[in-house]
Design a protein around this ligand. Structure first.
Ligand code: SAM
Length: 192
């Protein structure tokens, strides 16, 4: 199975989107609610149907961008946010070249083939401004050949991110949605 544009587009077209929680998840809402700088340049990669994007825009974070490789969710978001088309991007995350203050991760890392993990860490580092942060959720269950979602654990994440980021937080989320309780870590990594 190749996890390319066609794979993801098919999942959307077949409504096979078990990851989609239908609304912003509590750990991300809580983090967003304490951000004071409404001008922060924010990116949500692999945003899917973009519930976190909707929330950020509603709360006045107008400098927020999404990117996804699948056409359907991007078209859906564009139809909702007609004045923000240049911030809703259909492309491969690995082609991005801008610099952001904050990047929000949720079920994007685990959707990528595990061999891309180092490339993901390096790309995230290059997409952040000095002292910029990547925050969000990473799954905490064993990595096997089965996925997506592909698992991982604290040790693996520390190994992957510690040389490029200061690990401000990496701990079991206390406010996960029910099906993810005990299975995800909330993290804050700051660009070194
Ligand atoms: C499991 S879904 C998660 C969607 C969203 N983050 C959520 O929580 O509902 C993974 C998303 O990543 C997108 N994706 C996969 N590979 C990508 C890539 N290389 N660049 C951009 N988006 C990608 C898929 O199209 C899909 O929307």
């Amino acid at each position: 199975m190749i996890l390319n544009k066609e794979y993801w587009e098919n999942r959307y077209q077949n409504n096979d989107t078990g990851w989609d929680t239908g609304t912003i998840t509590p750990p991300l809402k809580e983090y967003i609610d304490q951000i004071k700088d409404k001008t922060a340049k924010i990116l949500i990669p692999g945003a899917g149907n973009g519930h976190e994007y909707d929330y950020l825009i509603e709360k006045g974070f107008k400098n927020t961008y999404v990117i996804d490789i699948a056409n359907s969710p991007i078209e859906m978001l564009k139809s909702k946010h007609k004045d923000l088309h240049n911030q809703i991007v259909l492309d491969d995350f690995f082609n991005l070249t801008n610099a952001y203050d904050l990047i929000i991760e949720q079920t994007f890392f685990c959707a990528l083939e595990p061999k891309l993990r180092e490339k993901y860490a390096t790309k995230m580092h290059s997409l952040l401004k000095p002292k910029g942060k990547i925050i969000g959720l990473l799954f905490d269950f064993p990595l096997t050949t089965e996925g997506p979602p592909f698992g991982g654990n604290t040790d693996e994440y520390l190994q992957l991110f510690s040389s490029l980021f200061t690990i401000k937080k990496l701990e079991k989320a206390y406010n996960s949605i029910k099906p993810r309780q005990g299975r995800e870590l909330f993290f804050i990594f700051e660009k070194k």
